[in-house]
Design a protein around this ligand. Structure first.
Ligand code: NI
Length: 169
Protein backbone atom coordinates (compact mmCIF):
# COMPACT_ATOMS: atom_id res chain seq x y z
CA UNK A 1 0.00 0.00 0.00
CA UNK A 2 1.33 3.41 -0.98
CA UNK A 3 1.22 5.78 1.98
CA UNK A 4 0.75 9.53 1.68
CA UNK A 5 4.06 11.40 2.16
CA UNK A 6 3.78 14.38 4.48
CA UNK A 7 5.09 17.65 3.13
CA UNK A 8 7.01 20.43 4.81
CA UNK A 9 4.79 22.19 7.34
CA UNK A 10 3.40 19.05 8.98
CA UNK A 11 4.30 18.83 12.70
CA UNK A 12 5.37 15.16 12.46
CA UNK A 13 8.38 16.25 10.38
CA UNK A 14 9.64 18.47 13.20
CA UNK A 15 9.30 15.97 16.04
CA UNK A 16 11.92 13.82 17.70
CA UNK A 17 10.97 10.23 16.91
CA UNK A 18 10.86 7.46 19.50
CA UNK A 19 12.75 4.14 19.33
CA UNK A 20 11.20 1.12 17.65
CA UNK A 21 10.64 -1.42 20.42
CA UNK A 22 8.25 -3.95 18.88
CA UNK A 23 9.74 -6.06 16.11
CA UNK A 24 6.51 -7.70 15.08
CA UNK A 25 4.21 -8.28 12.13
CA UNK A 26 2.89 -4.75 12.37
CA UNK A 27 6.40 -3.37 11.87
CA UNK A 28 6.91 -5.72 8.91
CA UNK A 29 3.69 -4.46 7.33
CA UNK A 30 4.70 -0.84 7.84
CA UNK A 31 8.15 -1.46 6.34
CA UNK A 32 6.60 -3.17 3.32
CA UNK A 33 4.35 -0.15 2.78
CA UNK A 34 7.21 2.30 3.28
CA UNK A 35 9.32 0.48 0.66
CA UNK A 36 6.42 0.52 -1.79
CA UNK A 37 5.90 4.23 -1.09
CA UNK A 38 9.63 4.98 -1.50
CA UNK A 39 9.76 3.16 -4.86
CA UNK A 40 6.61 4.77 -6.18
CA UNK A 41 7.71 8.32 -5.23
CA UNK A 42 10.41 7.50 -6.48
CA UNK A 43 13.07 8.08 -3.85
CA UNK A 44 16.26 6.55 -2.45
CA UNK A 45 15.25 6.94 1.18
CA UNK A 46 12.18 7.32 3.36
CA UNK A 47 11.89 7.88 7.10
CA UNK A 48 8.83 6.88 9.14
CA UNK A 49 8.00 10.48 10.20
CA UNK A 50 7.45 11.25 6.50
CA UNK A 51 4.49 8.88 6.54
CA UNK A 52 3.26 10.36 9.82
CA UNK A 53 4.81 7.92 12.28
CA UNK A 54 7.30 9.32 14.76
CA UNK A 55 9.33 6.17 15.22
CA UNK A 56 13.04 5.66 14.50
CA UNK A 57 12.75 3.69 11.29
CA UNK A 58 14.00 4.33 7.76
CA UNK A 59 14.27 2.54 4.44
CA UNK A 60 17.09 3.20 1.98
CA UNK A 61 17.69 1.86 -1.52
CA UNK A 62 20.11 3.65 -3.83
CA UNK A 63 18.93 1.43 -6.71
CA UNK A 64 15.25 2.41 -6.18
CA UNK A 65 14.14 -1.20 -6.50
CA UNK A 66 16.46 -2.22 -9.35
CA UNK A 67 18.77 -4.30 -7.18
CA UNK A 68 17.25 -6.03 -4.14
CA UNK A 69 20.69 -6.33 -2.47
CA UNK A 70 20.74 -2.53 -2.10
CA UNK A 71 17.61 -2.35 0.05
CA UNK A 72 18.30 -1.48 3.68
CA UNK A 73 15.73 -1.22 6.43
CA UNK A 74 17.08 0.19 9.64
CA UNK A 75 15.53 0.69 13.05
CA UNK A 76 17.02 2.89 15.75
CA UNK A 77 20.04 3.96 13.68
CA UNK A 78 22.91 5.65 15.47
CA UNK A 79 25.94 7.29 13.92
CA UNK A 80 28.99 5.59 15.41
CA UNK A 81 31.59 7.65 13.55
CA UNK A 82 31.97 9.93 10.57
CA UNK A 83 34.84 10.82 8.28
CA UNK A 84 35.40 13.68 5.87
CA UNK A 85 32.91 15.87 4.08
CA UNK A 86 31.00 15.85 0.82
CA UNK A 87 29.14 18.72 -0.76
CA UNK A 88 26.36 17.96 -3.20
CA UNK A 89 22.79 18.71 -4.34
CA UNK A 90 20.13 17.16 -2.19
CA UNK A 91 16.36 16.96 -2.13
CA UNK A 92 13.64 15.42 0.02
CA UNK A 93 10.33 13.73 -0.79
CA UNK A 94 8.72 15.97 1.85
CA UNK A 95 9.99 19.11 0.07
CA UNK A 96 9.24 18.23 -3.57
CA UNK A 97 10.68 20.27 -6.44
CA UNK A 98 13.36 21.92 -4.30
CA UNK A 99 17.03 20.98 -4.07
CA UNK A 100 20.06 22.60 -2.55
CA UNK A 101 23.68 21.97 -1.72
CA UNK A 102 24.20 20.32 1.65
CA UNK A 103 27.45 19.30 3.33
CA UNK A 104 27.34 15.76 4.73
CA UNK A 105 29.96 13.33 6.03
CA UNK A 106 31.82 11.51 3.27
CA UNK A 107 31.84 8.26 5.20
CA UNK A 108 30.01 7.05 8.24
CA UNK A 109 29.46 3.96 10.32
CA UNK A 110 25.86 3.45 11.36
CA UNK A 111 24.68 0.97 13.94
CA UNK A 112 21.07 -0.04 14.33
CA UNK A 113 18.69 -2.97 14.19
CA UNK A 114 17.08 -4.80 11.33
CA UNK A 115 13.38 -5.57 11.06
CA UNK A 116 13.81 -8.54 13.44
CA UNK A 117 15.66 -6.52 16.07
CA UNK A 118 19.08 -7.98 15.22
CA UNK A 119 22.00 -5.57 15.44
CA UNK A 120 23.37 -4.34 12.12
CA UNK A 121 26.45 -2.24 11.45
CA UNK A 122 26.69 -0.48 8.11
CA UNK A 123 29.72 1.24 6.63
CA UNK A 124 28.39 3.88 4.27
CA UNK A 125 30.28 6.03 1.82
CA UNK A 126 29.36 8.66 -0.74
CA UNK A 127 25.66 8.79 -1.62
CA UNK A 128 24.81 6.08 0.92
CA UNK A 129 26.44 8.11 3.71
CA UNK A 130 24.52 11.19 2.51
CA UNK A 131 21.29 9.23 2.52
CA UNK A 132 21.79 7.84 6.04
CA UNK A 133 22.71 11.28 7.34
CA UNK A 134 19.54 12.72 5.74
CA UNK A 135 17.25 9.95 7.05
CA UNK A 136 18.69 10.02 10.58
CA UNK A 137 18.10 13.79 10.56
CA UNK A 138 14.43 13.07 9.81
CA UNK A 139 14.24 10.93 12.96
CA UNK A 140 15.47 13.94 14.91
CA UNK A 141 12.98 16.34 13.33
CA UNK A 142 15.62 17.92 11.10
CA UNK A 143 15.11 18.59 7.39
CA UNK A 144 17.87 19.26 4.87
CA UNK A 145 16.79 22.91 4.60
CA UNK A 146 17.69 23.28 8.29
CA UNK A 147 21.32 22.95 7.15
CA UNK A 148 21.05 25.90 4.77
CA UNK A 149 21.79 29.54 5.47
CA UNK A 150 19.01 31.59 7.07
CA UNK A 151 18.55 33.51 3.80
CA UNK A 152 18.26 30.38 1.65
CA UNK A 153 15.93 28.73 4.13
CA UNK A 154 13.58 31.72 4.36
CA UNK A 155 13.51 31.99 0.57
CA UNK A 156 12.40 28.35 0.29
CA UNK A 157 9.88 28.85 3.10
CA UNK A 158 8.30 31.84 1.39
CA UNK A 159 8.07 29.94 -1.91
CA UNK A 160 6.36 27.06 -0.10
CA UNK A 161 3.98 29.50 1.61
CA UNK A 162 2.99 30.87 -1.78
CA UNK A 163 2.48 27.35 -3.14
CA UNK A 164 0.36 26.50 -0.09
CA UNK A 165 -1.74 29.65 -0.54
CA UNK A 166 -2.58 28.64 -4.09
CA UNK A 167 -3.37 25.09 -2.99
CA UNK A 168 -0.31 23.61 -4.68
CA UNK A 169 1.48 22.23 -1.60
NI1 NI B 1 13.91 13.56 3.26
Amino acid sequence: MILPILKYGKPELKRLSLPVDHFDGELEKLVKNMIETMYSAPGIGLAAPQVGLNIRLATVDLSVGEDSSKLITICNPEIVSTEGEQKSEEGCLSIPDFTDTVIRPKKMIVRGQDIHGEEVVIEAEGLLARCFSHEIDHLNGILYIDHLSTIKKSLIRSKIKKLAKSGNW
